[in-house]
Design a protein around this ligand. Structure first.
Ligand code: NAG
Ligand code: NAG
Ligand code: NAG
Ligand code: NAG
Ligand code: NAG
Ligand code: NAG
Ligand code: NAG
Length: 785
């Protein structure tokens, strides 16, 4: 519709009336860094004066303020009308005004329990833990849903005094007094102002108004970063039994609770974390003295860096040399689904471990298909009637949903006494099982849809159950189709630790390219995130469903939420070994030593068995023991990131008062990153990189290249000579599009039909010393223009 002048006049006349009833909401007014030392009350007064300039009264200004960010971060969160927010955003000193938004925890919606994290044991064998003294002088901050402090994973037995540099506090509240902090959990705080502004006061039967974790997620991630070694942890039903241990078992933990339950969310408990609360948590964590921040939280949709409080907080953290590890998100397998893609963050994808809980579905025709389960209930040993959900759904359920066992979709008259086959899709895995139980089913088979491939996240369901991959799901459906009275039996499950090919990438793990800035290859790395055992809250049940009254001390979860703290824990160990290394150097060490083959020496695959690429796993699967001694690192400073922001023209470039963008900032791909991405290659691009020698003092490194298909890659000089530790050497990478006929890429006319990321080709280059000790590898992703 054309907007006439009359329309505008009307709008103008209405505005004064409207603005008084316009919904006020929380905004963050962000000024960047503090300029010079200021007393806290001066900072508060300064923030107040800004608020006062848009509010009618002093009282109004005071009551609208939620947070004054006073430590590293300069800004405040307040309730504003859109006009007030806009007015403030026009001030010169304001870097950005950010709408307070909801973020969420990065678990797949499944909660269950089982065995022991084998891959952790694997690197325990190396002397990494000994060299790092198990991380005992390092402080890891975990921003999440709080902590269950009584878990044996958080025992402080044998730990020395709290490091003197620690400035944090133990904030008390519901079921949390100061003695809940100890020499293991050295600090705990909670942040709820923005949550309560949005939802009203916390319902204290749904969570504790304190750092105590009702949900379980925060306990799980904290114990994965730095839980103690706890022997003889067994799962319900007698599954895997053994040791649970965090990545850095003696690291000190600082808990920042910023995620809370969504009110009236129903059975499938949801959580949310508000950006204004998280920014306060990160500001405190930096001030308190954490060395590492582990954040398994992400935004719902791609958010520019200057609007994303995790990215902003992590940038302030970089200046204090704090490493931030974040989950990549669980929105795979589609491309462009990543969260947390800022180049000063370690973005972590999720992959499988070499353990399965094998159970078979035996079909009436004698066929036997393999699945996985940790459900501790068994069927009577005989064949039972088998139906697909659509055959026993109530008639009103639309056809496209009738196989999905959504709540209320099954008819008890028809489902009763059957094993019911349900397809994945919408709804949760546990919720579908609960629906089968509600309708009187005696067994539950969960079949993957095509998108889930062969990835099986196990659950502790409420009736005998099994989960099968896509191929076996189709076999079962064909069998049901082929006979009048289909029958089946589900065998009890066994934990299998041998002959399991791992890792493969989880189907849910979010994929690159980065939706925000394609010139940086993301994710950075992958770590275990499928069926991960860690400590749990005794304030909830393993599935968190209303009908679940089981209480467990350990539980299995899946998600990039689980892989991120593996990297957080590894970074803590590296920080202990190399206290002077920058956060970029530590990330570089983790990335350039990562593995791209699985345990049978074949390329790591996706959940369907296809070869995976760097948009799934970044540089590869983490190998922390190797990362302790990487040979060379790609370093980058806080200023380098600001220069990069100048190139991207993101307002966040103005966050530092003592920094101005140069006229010609370096091209985006020249950030000294341990990987290379060129989203639109046209002709030739010359990329600059600098490596720092952290290995033997005198050493020689030789370059090698596996170029992407249709692309030539040349490293110059091809050999680097180092004479001492700490020495830096620069080199160029010349990337050139070959004539496409030569490369078999001629039919590009229909490029629009190809999903955007399929235009990318992948390769790598590496630096190796002559002695076979070091191999410093970097992935390359190139898309032709
Ligand atoms: C900027 O420089 C001034 C003067 O050197 C110094 O006092 C101030 O702390 C610096 N600010 C920041 C944020 O580094
Ligand atoms: C902001 O609002 C104040 C008070 O209404 C007004 O004086 C000022 O000019 C406005 N500033 C901007 C940048 O819009
Ligand atoms: C803190 O709470 C625990 C129980 O949760 C109790 O045993 C202890 O005495 C309390 N400590 C203080 C200082 O109140
Ligand atoms: C608080 O939550 C409990 C449990 O979900 C519920 O029964 C109760 O009605 C809620 N109270 C309020 C005031 O919403
Ligand atoms: C199912 O199909 C109906 C129309 O037939 C459509 O409106 C609905 O969005 C579909 N639902 C899903 C989940 O695909
Ligand atoms: C899930 O629901 C959404 C929204 O109704 C729909 O678009 C999507 O197709 C559904 N997925 C499946 C697998 O049914
Ligand atoms: C089963 O039979 C139905 C109807 O004959 C058909 O639509 C469906 O594709 C068949 N499914 C399988 C898995 O063979």
């Amino acid at each position: 519709m054309e907007k006439s002048p009359k329309f505008f006049l009307l709008l103008l006349l209405l505005l004064p009336v409207l603005s008084s009833c316009v919904e006020r909401q929380v905004y963050i007014v962000y000024f960047g860094e503090h300029n010079g030392e200021k007393a806290l009350h001066e900072i508060e007064e300064n923030h107040h004066s800004y608020l006062l300039s848009v509010k009618e009264t002093d009282e109004d200004a005071r009551s609208s303020l939620l947070y004054s960010y006073k430590h590293s971060i300069n800004g405040f969160a307040a309730e504003l009308t859109p006009e007030e927010a806009q007015n403030l955003s026009r001030r010169e000193e304001v870097v950005s005004v950010i709408k307070n938004t909801k973020y969420s925890l990065h678990t797949t919606r499944s909660w269950e329990f089982a065995g022991v994290e084998k891959s952790l044991n694997k690197f325990n064998k190396d002397d990494l833990l000994i060299k790092s003294k198990f991380g005992r002088d390092v402080i890891a901050g975990v921003m999440d849903s709080g902590v269950w402090p009584e878990s044996r994973s958080f025992s402080d037995k044998g730990l020395g005094p709290v490091p003197k540099r620690w400035k944090g506090i133990c904030q008390t509240g519901d079921l949390f007094n100061s003695s809940q902090c100890n020499r293991k959990i050295i600090g705990a705080r909670y942040y709820i102002q923005a949550y309560e502004k949005y939802y009203g006061p916390l319902n204290r039967t749904t969570d504790y108004l304190s750092p105590r974790d009702k949900d379980g997620h925060g306990t799980h991630t904290a114990s994965t970063v730095g839980g103690r070694r706890v022997h003889n942890v067994a799962a319900l039903g007698g599954f895997a039994r053994g040791m649970a241990s965090g990545g850095a078992p003696l690291v000190r933990l600082a808990i920042y609770k910023a995620c809370w339950p969504v009110p009236n969310h129903g059975k499938e408990n949801g959580n949310t974390c508000f950006s204004a609360d998280m920014l306060a948590a990160i500001d405190d964590a930096i001030h308190d003295g954490v060395d590492v921040l582990s954040i398994s939280i992400g935004e719902f949709e791609p958010t520019p860096f200057d609007q994303d409080t995790i990215a902003i907080g992590a940038l302030h953290a970089v200046k204090k040399n704090i490493i931030t590890a974040c989950s990549a998100g669980n929105s795979g397998p589609a491309p462009y689904t990543l969260s947390n893609t800022a180049p000063w963050i370690i973005t972590v994808g999720a992959s499988s471990v070499d353990r399965k809980f094998i159970s078979y579905v035996e079909l009436g025709n004698g066929e036997k298909v393999q699945g996985e389960t940790v459900t501790p209930y068994h069927l009577e040993k005989k064949f039972h009637p088998l139906v697909r959900a659509a055959q026993v759904a109530i008639p009103d359920v639309p056809k496209n949903l009738s196989d999905q066992c959504l709540p209320g979709s099954l008819s008890p008259e028809r489902a009763k006494g059957n094993i019911v086959f349900c397809l994945r899709g919408n709804g949760t895995r546990v919720g579908k099982g609960a629906e089968v139980k509600r309708a009187g089913g005696i067994g539950y088979i969960l079949g993957n849809s095509k998108a889930n491939g062969e990835e099986l996240a196990v659950d502790s369901h409420f009736i005998p159950a099994n989960a099968v991959g896509y191929k076996n799901a189709m076999k079962i459906l064909e069998y049901i189709n082929s006979t009048k009275n289909p029958t089946a039996y589900i065998t009890p499950s066994k934990t299998v630790l041998h002959g399991i090919t791992a890792p493969f990438m989880a189907g849910f793990s979010s994929r690159g390219p980065s939706p925000i800035s394609e010139a940086i290859l993301k994710p950075d790395i992958t770590a275990p995130g499928l069926n991960i055992l860690a400590a749990w809250s005794e304030g909830s049940s393993p599935t968190k469903f209303d009908i679940d009254h089981r209480v467990v001390k350990y539980n299995i979860l899946s998600g990039t939420s689980m892989s991120c703290p593996h990297i957080g824990g590894s970074a803590a160990l590296l920080r202990a070994i190399h206290p002077t290394w920058s956060s970029a150097a530590i990330r570089s060490a983790l990335m350039t030593t990562a593995e791209i083959s699985n345990n049978i020496g074949k390329p790591i695959t996706d959940a369907s068995g296809n070869e995976a690429d760097p948009f799934l796993f970044g540089s590869g699967h983490f190998r922390p023991a190797k990362a302790a001694d990487p040979g060379l690192v790609y370093d980058a400073s806080f200023e380098d990131y600001l220069l990069h922001l100048c190139t991207l023209k993101v307002p966040l470039k103005d966050m530092s008062p003592n920094f101005t963008c140069p006229k010609n900032p370096p091209l985006a791909h020249n950030l000294n990153y341990p990987s290379v991405a060129i989203p639109k290659l046209k002709g030739t691009v010359v990329i600059k990189r600098t490596v720092t020698n952290v290995g033997s003092s005198r050493s020689v490194y030789f370059s090698s290249v596996k170029p992407p298909v249709g692309i030539s890659v040349k490293i110059s000089p091809p050999i680097l000579y180092f004479h001492k530790q700490g020495e830096k050497k620069s080199f160029t990478i010349t990337v050139k599009a070959e004539r496409t006929e030569d490369a078999g890429l001629e039919s590009r006319e229909d490029a629009s039909a190809i999903p955007k990321n399929h235009k990318y080709q992948f390769g790598w280059y590496s630096w190796s010393d002559g002695n076979g000790i070091y191999n410093v590898r970097s992935p390359i992703a190139v898309a032709l223009y």
